[in-house]
Design a protein around this ligand. Structure first.
Ligand code: ATP
Ligand code: MG
Length: 543
């Protein structure tokens, strides 16, 4: 979707959205290529242990058509919700495609969700069918009585726990299916937010959301696609970062995607896969990069060659950018966005002088402003709400069954991200923190990300989570929870050393007055530090 341009400014000036009235994700990412180039490789399923299976676009078309016919025979029609509780696998990809071609709404669900999390999402969305595996069916068996709307469970592994064998059931159905002619604005996906700040919310997206994602995928991946591209992400496809930042945009462009489910994700396993599958493009969230960063001397141990590497969902930070340059010979691109309105800010080393530690510039096609609570844009240098001018093709339609939350998400002409930021004279946007995460200390407003990034530069630190701890004198003090790297030992002296380390590099008011060593940080299933839990812990310590 990006025009050719030599500068970022020229790119923004030339950029135009191209969203047709009728558009269907399933047809776009699958049938389009199957008709043009049926043998083109779409998916490589790399199982741990070395076996790989390749699927062409024609394979995906045949399989998704059979599944669409099967779902249709069970009464699934336009607007019905169908859950997909599966890891990265071919079935996951063709289930989304089949559901979209039916005009139904897919609900990606993360396999690590427990029964409570599944019950909340399946009940909230009113899903009629669930496509899962035996592990998923076993969880559903426990909560089925609470889900009266769930009529059918299709199981990719067989028939356990009152489920129907998906593959056997598909056998009886034809590979011909006429996709529903959907409008670009018709609902396509309900994707739940990470639940970092509270209960996850079901963001309902239209088919057009995929087109809305394209500039924010193409630019940070240095003008994706290019000849020979091959994409992989460890982010689960149940999360917007895996599904609509990697799987669907790659297929839209006819670029093959490597699917892999690790028994356990480790830094070593990631480097191994980059080598074995000759990955050229990857999206790796900061938490996973921090795990890879703990691996000693990867360049000597594996032979890998990435063309582009993007990261986002949390602040990337200068330390990871430096590590990325040493490890991959490239500048990791950052993107910023959220489930409701994604990829709105990004970097691209090809076309801009990346400033390590600064989030990025508005993605072409987006007007991103720092606004006050009434929605009035602020001057450069003023901290305020990060707002995205509405409408935009990527923006969600509504929170499922929650009109009040939808209303609160907008002010004036803008969508409110719920994040604080600052814009400078050159248009660079700095994410400061989520509304609740910004620390107020002695009259200063401090974002936790910068301090976490600084701590990470210390050789003993593996991960860090920084929050404000209530303080009578200073309103809040900066408190850091630190997970040490293997081999480093916690001590009072190290705590003081880390505090001084930040004091010297940042500013006297930003250093953590308290440093506590912990075994692990509370994380969402998408790998984000849940600072509200750390805050609650810090408050409890007071009593
Ligand atoms: P919930 O809305 O349920 O509390 P969540 O906001 O974590 O969960 P997501 O939509 O997955 O759910 O995450 C989007 C948020 O992640 C953004 O609003 C922002 O706070 C944070 N984020 C995303 N990208 C970046 C980035 N590059 N730098 C810093 N923070 C980021
Ligand atoms: Mg959010």
């Amino acid at each position: 979707m990006l025009p050719s341009a030599n500068t970022y400014e020229e790119l923004c000036a030339k950029f135009q959205w191209d969203v047709p009235e009728y558009y269907n994700i399933g047809v776009d990412v699958c049938d389009k290529w199957a008709d043009r180039d049926p043998d083109r490789e779409a998916l490589i399923f790399a199982e741990e242990g070395g076996d790989t299976t390749s699927y062409s676009f024609q394979d995906l078309k045949d399989l998704s058509n059979k599944l669409a016919n099967l779902l249709s025979s069970h009464g699934v029609e336009k607007g019905d919700r169908v859950g997909i509780l599966l890891p990265q696998a071919p079935e996951t990809a063709y289930s989304h495609i089949a559901i979209h071609k039916l005009g139904a709404i897919s609900i990606p669900l993360f396999t690590l969700f427990g029964e409570e999390a599944l019950e909340y999402r399946l009940e909230n969305s009113g899903a009629k069918v669930l496509i899962t595996n035996t592990a998923g069916a076993a969880k559903i068996a426990q909560i089925k009585p609470a889900l009266p709307e769930l009529e059918l469970i299709l199981n990719i592994d067989g028939t356990d726990h009152n489920s129907i064998d998906l593959h056997a059931a598909m056998q009886a159905h034809s590979t011909s299916f006429a996709p529903l002619k959907t409008k670009a604005d018709d609902p396509a996906i309900i994707i739940y937010t990470s639940g970092t700040t509270g209960q996850p919310k079901g963001a309902l997206h239209a088919h057009r959301t995929l087109l809305g994602h394209l500039p924010g995928v193409e630019l940070p991946h240095n003008f994706f696609p290019q000849e020979g591209d091959r994409f992989w992400t460890p982010a689960d496809w149940a999360w917007i970062g895996g599904l609509i930042d990697v799987l669907l945009p790659s297929l839209h462009h006819g670029v093959p995607v490597v699917a892999c489910r690790f028994k356990k994700f480790t830094g070593e396993a990631a480097f191994q896969l980059l080598q074995d599958q000759q990955i050229r493009n990857a999206f790796i969230p900061p938490t996973a990069l921090k795990m890879m960063r703990q691996v000693e001397n990867p360049r000597a141990r594996w032979n890998y060659k990435l063309r582009s590497l993007g990261s986002g969902g949390e602040a990337l930070g200068a330390e990871l950018i430096q590590w990325g340059r040493n490890t991959f010979d490239l500048t990791i691109s950052e993107f910023y966005g959220q489930t409701e309105c994604n990829l709105v800010v990004c970097t691209c080393a090809e076309i801009m002088e990346v400033r390590p530690g600064v989030t990025g510039k508005p993605t072409p096609g987006f007007d991103v402003q720092i606004i006050d609570d009434a929605g009035i844009p602020q001057k450069a240098g003023v901290m305020g709400n990060i707002g995205i001018r509405a409408p935009a093709p990527v923006m969600f339609l509504e929170y499922w069954k929650n009109p009040q939350a939808t209303k609160n998400k907008f002010t004036g002409e803008f969508l409110l991200t719920g994040d604080k930021g600052v814009k400078d004279e050159d248009g660079w946007i700095q994410f400061v923190g989520r509304d609740d995460d910004v620390i107020t200390s002695s009259g200063y407003r401090i974002g936790p990300g910068e301090i976490e990034d600084c701590l990470l530069k210390h050789e003993a630190v593996g991960m860090a989570g920084v929050v404000g701890k209530p303080d009578k004198l200073r309103t809040e003090i900066v408190k850091a929870y630190v997970v040490l790297r293997d081999g480093a030992k916690p001590s009072q002296q190290l705590a003081k050393e880390l505090a001084d380390f930040v004091k010297q590099r940042l500013a006297a008011h930003e250093y953590p007055r308290e440093v506590e060593f912990v075994e692990a940080l509370p994380m969402t299933t998408t790998g984000k530090v849940i600072r509200r839990e750390l805050r609650a812990r810090a408050v409890d310590e007071e009593v």
